[in-house]
Design a protein around this ligand. Structure first.
Ligand SMILES: [Zn+2]
Length: 154
């Protein structure tokens, strides 16, 4: 899946999180999570740039843990209190990334090291332009609608 598709799925998930977030949506911790989550959602595909095997370690549960640690340190550097939000953001961003990739064809091992199962549903090609754009647009509409709803109504 491409960047806009990953960000779109991330915005849909973030919309659900913001909708049901029990606290105030102006909560700083929520926004730190959001920044790490959306900011790092395409990081697993850095494997393409560094010529690692594509959809290898960066597309696993263990990879998600590493990106969580990185997110924790990135955001924790400015303030220790942000470490946990940064960690959860990096971790859940990688999980959301893998969720998007599972819908496409190239198989990988999302649950490694807990499971060696090679999974992909093959619903569409990862570089399908219209589907990636569709996810991107739905994501923006969902997220903005939730923000408006939570700001004005609830
Ligand atoms: Zn990927």
């Amino acid at each position: 899946m491409r960047l806009e598709g990953h960000v779109g799925i991330g915005m849909i998930i973030a919309g659900v999180v913001f909708l049901f977030y029990p606290g105030n949506i102006y909560d700083k911790m929520l926004w730190i999570w959001f920044a790490a989550f959306i900011g790092m959602i395409s990081w697993p595909d850095l494997d393409l740039r560094f010529e690692l095997s594509h959809r290898g370690f960066t597309h696993t549960l263990a990879g998600a843990f590493v990106f969580g640690i990185v997110g924790g340190f990135l955001f924790g550097l400015s303030n220790n209190e942000y470490f946990l939000s940064g960690f959860i953001g990096g971790f859940s961003g990688t999980i959301a990334h893998m969720f998007g990739d599972i819908l496409t064809y190239q198989k990988f091992r999302p649950l490694w090291p807990l499971s060696n199962n090679n999974i992909a549903l093959g619903l569409f090609r990862s570089n399908d332009r219209s589907i990636n754009l569709l996810f991107g647009r739905i994501g923006i509409v969902v997220f903005i609608s939730v923000l408006v709803y939570r700001t004005l109504i609830r």
